[in-house]
Structures are given as C-alpha cells and as structure tokens.
Design a protein around this ligand. Sequence first.
Ligand SMILES: [Zn+2]
Length: 455
Amino acid sequence: MALQAYKFRIYPSRKQQDRLLASFDLCCGIYNILLSRAREAYEKDGTNLCGKAGMCRIIKEVKEENPEFYGIYSQVLQNCADRLAKAFNNFFGRAKRKKRGEHIKAGYPRFKKRVRSITYPQSGFSIDERKLKVSKIGRIPIVLHREMEGRIKTLTIKRVPSGEWFAILSCEVPTENTDLSKTNHDSPEGESVNREHPNKDKEIGIDLGISSFATMSDGVKVGNPHFLKKAEKRLKRAQRKLSRKEKKSKNRKKAGHRVAVLHEKVGNQRSDFLHKTARAIADSYGLIAVEDLNVKGWVRNRRLSKAISDAGWSEFLHLLSCKAERAGGTIVKVRPNNTSQTCSACGRALEEHIPLSERVFRCPFCGHEEDRDVNAAKNILERAREARPICQRQIMRIYRFRRSDGIMISPCEIGFFGRIGIIYRGAHGNQRLRRYRPLLLERIQEQAVSLNKEL
Ligand SMILES: [Zn+2]
C-alpha cells in the first residue's frame, strides 16, 4: 500500500474562507495550549505528555471551557494533537542524535504564530463532481483536474501565502506484487496489482550537478533551468517596493501579495520541472542508479555548492523513487565518494581531487577521455550493477517498513513515516539498498535467515 497525494484547487466563498481562517486560528490556539501544558507537565514532574490520550483529554477540557471550539470538527482538533506529537517525536529524535555527537540543535517545539492548513484525518468530508463537502465549512467548489486512484484517506485544506486555496487528498493506492510477496495473503482484500516495468531491462546512471541538473550515463544532459536566478530581478524589485511601504498599510499588503505570487511562481516552475523530469526517467528505465546524497559522513569535498541546491536534488530523488516504484522499477542509491575521480573505462581512481572547472575527465592510466559528468554517471551505474546481484543473496537487516496500524509503508513515503530499505553486504561494506517494492516483513526475514544460514 502506498499513499498518493492529489492536490486540487478549491474556490471557497468569502464566508467559507472566513470559516476556514477561523478554524486555522482555533487550531493554532489549541496547538499552543497543548504545547504549554506539555511544557508545564515536563517541568513539574518530568512526565511525558506526548501521548495521544493525554492530549485528547486536554482538548476535551479546553472545549468545555471555550465553547467556540465546538465550531470546528472534532477530528481536526485531534489532528493538531497529532501534529504536536510529531513535533515532539522529531525533537526527541534530534536530541538523541545530538547526544551521539552530531552538530545539530535539538530545537524544542515552538509556539505557532499561525497555522496554514487543517487536516480531516478520516471523515467529515465528501466529494462529488463539482463540490467538496466539508463538515462545519460548507460545499466548496473544486476543480478535479485529474482522476484519483485508490481509497481516499485524509483531506487537508491549505491556503498558500498568495491567497489561493487547495485541497490535498491522500489516497491509499495498491502497489505491485513482487516475487517475494507473490502470495500476499496478509494484504487486505488482495488489492495488490502485478506491475512490471515496460522497460525493465533498461538501466541508467544519473549524476546530479550544478552546470547541468542531471547527466545520464548515456550522455544525455538535462539542463539546470535556474528558475530562481531568472526571477531574481523581478523578486528584488518587488521586495524593494514592499520594504518602502508604510507598515500595516493597504499598499503594503498589496506589495506583499506581489512578492508572495512571485515566490510561488518560482516554486511552481521548479516543482513542474522536477515532476516532469522524474516522470520521464522513471518511465524509461527499469533500473535507475543515483548517488545517495544522504549517506552519513558524506564528505563535502566533491562539490561544495551541492549543499546549496540540495533541496532541489532531494526533492527530485524523492519524486523519482515514488514514480519509479509505481511504475515497477528499481532505484539503487550508491556510495557517492569518488564518482568523479574514477575512470569509467578502466575503473582506477585518481588520488587527487579534480577541480570543478575541469569539465573533461582524463585518465592518466589508460588515457580515456570523457565529459566529467557522463563519466561520473557511468560510475554510478556501474556501482549499482555491482551491488545488485549481491543484495539478492545477502540480505542482512530489514529497515522498518510496516506502520503500527499494519499499513505497508512504501518508500515513496520516505520523509513522512521513515525509511525502508535493506542493509546488505555490498561491494563497499554494508550498504542500504532500497528496493522500491512492497516486501512482506515475515517473508524477507525468513528469506534472510535461510540465506544467511546458507552462506
Ligand atoms: Zn582509465
């Protein structure tokens, strides 16, 4: 089971907007109340108030004292508790990492100034062709510009800074079966679909960079569109105008709107570009090899600027894995070290670091000459090939992939519920492979045990 989100534009009336904004404020209020109670409890006797039951009790109390909270759908309020619990979980996670010696701030959850969205986690909404019916809000016109697949689970209503409204529906989509879980009896209603990638024998390695956004091992390059750079002039002018306007004036509001619109345009352009690029690659290749940019202890010697546009890359990799998985393909993330310094023809690695300005790779051992990025992409693909046969034999450890409520987590949800992957003994020590297929925990464990016995 994978979660797929669909985003639709909605057009709430003035009145509905007011109701929604009031709900946002109430959610913000309850969030802050819960947070302050949690702090108090923690300071008083060190108890942990992050449990859901405790928070729901407080919500109940608050509701009795402040009847205005009855104007909001109860589950939406409970969702605020979930959001806070998530914030605490992240905080504890960071605190743990800090204890282990990582240089990060633990960052205790903060009070919110505003909330920009509300979530109906289960019920309280329905949808027909033209309208989205939302409890306590009304029937909002919606533009369903694409078909949805799967069962609708949650609804989030969001207002972006420029003033547009969106409904985000997350649906549970059945994912394809693999050899490991062919007889998937555990899956409810046998919803799994067998999906084979149409180009399953085609392989590609991708090197992400600055001068060109992505370079493929077959020599194809995807240019970097530099959306922000192109919009910078307009943005600067708009921001300058904004700063000159008198505070709290109507003109300031207008200028602020202009800045928000420009920022959103850049964001939309970028997301459109990333989605389309990822789609094209995911549809054309069965095996996609990329660098694992999240590898711990990753040395930043290769490209300093990598950190700068990292956001675009990790978003791209995330999209790529979602799309590859749904198409039935596989993504292999390989160790990123030295991919630029290794010769793709003879496999030997240069000792010294090649400056970024040097666009052509020249091998001192065999004389091979190639575009720097294409050479790197070929190395990435080669590493993925090396890793593949090994991982099928030596599965060492399975990452968590099943949520507590039994829903199978697929990797397209990385960043939301955690990661899935298999640790295996690869060419470069222990590596984590993420096969983007739903695997049954028990089956893999069985297989892992028997395989390790064999070896
Ligand atoms: Zn060489």
